[in-house]
Design a binder for this molecule. Structure first.
Ligand code: SF4
Length: 197
């Protein structure tokens, strides 16, 4: 776009630029002032390190929460930023990671396991123990019913085609290795990662 600047506007722009740089020269650095505001905002918070849950990059984050984790203190995360000590992102975050605070406080965020029974319209909350037991039972029933040990030519194939597995992208190498071993040992072929979703 062709932007025309009048002689009067030109002098105004120069004057404001000079004002800003002169203030800095006199010791009124805006950078220092902004850094102080940030320190004040985070002064009474507790830091918790975590990993961004969105993609396979697995950037490190620091979550700043109100409260000192005492039982009677209401904890609330008020700020999230990239972890400067993390080897993956060195303090940076992409726009998705930079918006994590909204994700955490979203009304529709799922915070616990839920189940919708066959024929039911509503989801109901269950414990992690119940959720894991249910998943294990469903897996066993399905595997017993559909496992293919040999193909039509009598060759051993050990396939389980009726269940798939979606792994997490922010896991450690060790967790990824173990997940892969377990899933392939069960015979699951449909195996993918959250990073590709
Ligand atoms: S901050 Fe961005 S690049 Fe990093 S893990 Fe999150 S979504 Fe991926």
């Amino acid at each position: 776009m062709d932007m025309k600047v009048s002689r009067r506007q030109f002098f105004k722009i120069c004057a404001s630029g000079l004002g800003g740089s002169s203030l800095a020269m006199l010791g009124f650095s805006t950078e220092t002032a902004l850094a102080e505001v940030r320190t004040f905002k985070l002064a009474r918070t507790t830091e918790t390190r975590n990993t961004c849950p969105y993609c396979a990059v697995g950037c490190g984050i620091i979550m700043y929460g109100l409260g000192d984790k005492a039982k009677n203190a209401k904890a609330e995360i008020i700020h999230i930023e990239g972890d400067p000590d993390h080897p993956v992102n060195r303090g940076t975050l992409c726009p998705k990671g930079a918006g994590l605070l909204d994700f955490i406080h979203s009304q529709s965020r799922l915070k616990y396991p839920e189940v919708r029974e066959p024929g039911a319209k509503e989801w109901k909350r269950i414990s992690w123990e119940e959720a894991l037991t249910r998943i294990a039972k469903h897996m066993k029933t399905d595997r017993d019913k559909n496992f293919i040990a040999k193909n039509a030519d009598g060759q051993t194939v050990n396939r389980w085609l009726s269940t798939g597995f979606l792994a997490a992208s922010a896991s450690s190498n060790e967790t990824g290795y173990l997940t892969h071993k377990i899933v392939r040992n069960l015979g699951i072929v449909a195996f993918d990662n959250q990073a590709r979703v």
